[in-house]
Design a protein around this ligand. Structure first.
Ligand code: 5AD
Ligand code: SF4
Length: 588
């Protein structure tokens, strides 16, 4: 998003009447939209007991436009613990507290959303909310949503219809159920959601999670509340996400947010805003804490994770220009200075040599040699790179504004393979983008054959409003052709991945144990360095650090597994012994 757009939003809301910011910028009231919503957005049970009346009168004398400007422009200072900070003028401290209300989260989409759920939960937990995994006992249901494709949004609309029934059936003896939409869909659709689904009580865009206690307090009074303001600097650096599953062996650590690339098909820059990185020091602190908790794997997260650039301190801002991968360009003016991804990766990997480090999702343009060298040298950085190609046709890549040709991409693949022997590669592809011909499609098929990825994510193109492709290009590949091409890509990907994965048969691999296999209680499952799932029978084995001791593998253990068979998605094998990452690296 252009920085000016934030300002424009605020200004636009100024023109909307007596309670200027009280529209979708921050919260929507019945008073401000009385002709439209007076009968639909108040909950009768609250009006009866006078709380509604009291709230409305406080609201009328309450927030000024300056108040909203203040809270919008300094996100880092916003309420993180309402029990100690001043509430906004129209709410009491007590109303900002969760008072043991139970929140149920449902997460859709990418790993970024999994991490966002943990951030949102961390904020609500501090405000006195409880968490439940039982939908029936929830007082608040929050859907963390995805807008990347039409299908993802449709799933959420369908879910909202189911939840509507839950809300309607709720006995009057219980407190009213509140439903909130968080994340990309809240950002993209804003008022449309509030208008279409009257039972949605609150919206919070990806940069507005600190505001959740206030939004929920407003929703509690029967008003619809929304904050979809995007920020230029919100990274939630000081919010330690709460791990959803306390027994997990791995965690996500968000290191940057947003995207400046503006690929022509993609809604992400519009829903998640501009690229900004979290300070290195706060990332290291989080990784250290996770290591102390015994976690064995950390995945650094960001929409363009390897475009990381910490310029939070003046001394980081030198004039050193950015090294891009050879043959790659950016859609924006080249940035300079800051602590870059190689620095962060180096520091993070030093925290705990027994902790595996992964990162996703990178952009192929930001793989300078220093990053590749580090991955090669450091034992605990996994030799696995996600290299989203999107298409194998240079013509389509240009229409997508990806900033590289097929040739530059293939050269990068060769360079990565030469720099990191045995590296595992994965990719994203889109079938049926605007103007894609059969010849273009065959080029993508041939790229899949040429590179032979281990893991792949393949999608049919889905037109998204606001994007450059929506405004400038024609979504002219018929749906059935898109689906047929997608099927062909999936078939070819599977054939090639099977071949690639079969080269592991007979090898001994280091596997981080995750737990029981979903298919059989006699089997355990874990992941190898390349992030492929490895299944093996749960059997007694020797522990190399305690010779003579017989053990069974537990989640979080490193074990050696001899691979006996492989498919396009999984490896199977026989467990040999329990070991450590250091021991494995010293002996392989
Ligand atoms: N249609 C289909 N796939 C898309 N992606 C992003 N936008 C779209 C779209 N409009 C895919 C890209 C991206 C992945 C996360 O989702 O392949 O890398
Ligand atoms: Fe979307 Fe491109 Fe940014 Fe990835 S790099 S989030 S595909 S705009």
């Amino acid at each position: 998003m252009h920085p000016l757009q934030c300002v424009l939003r605020v200004q636009r809301s100024l023109r909307w009447g007596p309670l200027p910011s009280v529209s979708w910028l921050l919260l929507r009231t019945c008073r401000a939209h009385s002709s439209l919503h007076s009968t639909t957005c108040s909950s009768p049970e609250r009006q009866e007991d006078g709380v509604q009346k009291d709230f409305s009168s406080r609201l009328a004398t309450g927030p000024t436009f300056q108040h909203f400007l203040r809270s919008a422009s300094t996100p880092q200072e916003k309420l993180s613990s309402p029990e100690v900070e001043d509430p906004p003028p129209y709410l009491t401290v007590d109303e900002l507290l969760g008072r043991q209300r139970k929140v149920y989260f449902e997460t859709y989409g990418c790993q970024m959303n999994v991490n966002d759920t943990e951030i949102a939960w961390s904020i609500l937990q501090k405000s006195g909310y409880l968490r439940t995994s039982n939908l029936q006992e929830a007082d608040v249901i929050l859907l963390v949503t995805c807008s990347i494709r039409e299908k993802a949004e449709q799933t959420i609309w369908n879910r909202l219809h189911q939840l509507k029934a839950l809300k309607t059936r709720r006995p009057r003896s219980r407190m009213p159920l509140r439903i909130g939409i968080l994340g990309c869909m809240a950002e993209r659709l804003k008022e449309e959601i509030l208008n279409r689904e009257k039972m949605v009580d609150l919206l919070a865009g990806p940069d507005a999670y600190r505001d959740l206690p206030r939004l929920l307090a407003v929703a509690e009074s029967g008003q619809q509340a929304a904050n979809v303001l995007l920020s230029l600097d919100e990274t939630y650096a000081d919010v330690m996400p709460v791990q959803m599953s306390p027994s997990a062996t791995s965690a996500f650590v968000s290191i940057m947010r947003g995207c400046d690339n503006m690929c022509s098909y993609c809604i992400v820059p519009f829903t998640r805003g501009r690229e900004r990185s979290r300070p290195v020091a706060s990332i290291l602190e989080e990784v250290r804490k996770l290591s102390e908790q015994g976690l064995k794997e950390v995945t650094l997260l960001g929409q363009n994770v390897n475009s990381f650039r910490d310029n939070s301190e003046v001394q980081f801002n030198n004039a050193v220009s950015t090294n891009l991968s050879r043959g790659f360009t950016t859609n924006y003016k080249t940035k300079q200075g800051g602590l870059r991804f190689s620095h962060l990766l180096d520091q993070v990997s030093r925290v705990d040599p027994e902790m595996r480090i992964r990162f996703t999702s990178p952009h192929p343009k930001d793989f300078p040699d220093e990053v590749l060298q580090l991955i090669h040298e450091r034992d605990n950085i996994c030799k696995q790179i996600h290299l989203p190609a999107q298409s194998g046709s240079s013509r389509v890549l240009e229409a997508m504004r990806r900033g590289y040709s097929r040739e530059a991409y293939v050269e990068l693949v060769h360079h990565i393979r030469a720099s990191i022997p045995g590296v595992s590669l994965s990719s994203d592809f889109i079938a049926g983008f605007c103007g894609e011909t059969e010849e273009d499609h065959l080029q993508t098929v041939s790229l899949l054959r040429e590179v032979q990825y281990n893991i792949g994510f393949l999608f049919a193109y889905s037109m998204r409003q606001k994007t450059r492709a929506y405004h400038r290009l024609k979504d002219d590949v018929p749906e059935e052709v898109k689906l047929r091409r997608l099927e062909e890509l999936i078939t070819v990907f599977r054939e090639e991945a099977s071949k690639a994965n079969k080269t592991s048969v007979g090898c001994t691999q280091l596997v981080l144990v995750e737990g029981l296999s979903k298919r059989s209680a006699n089997d355990l499952c874990g992941r190898n360095d390349g992030n492929l799932k490895v299944i093996f029978p749960d059997a007694e084995m020797e522990d190399v650090t305690n010779p003579g001791l017989r053990v069974r593998a537990q989640p979080g253990d490193y074990v050696l597994v001899k691979i006996t068979s492989a498919s396009s998605q999984t490896l199977r094998g026989r467990v040999l012994c329990r070991t450590t990452l250091k021991d494995f690296s010293a002996n392989c």
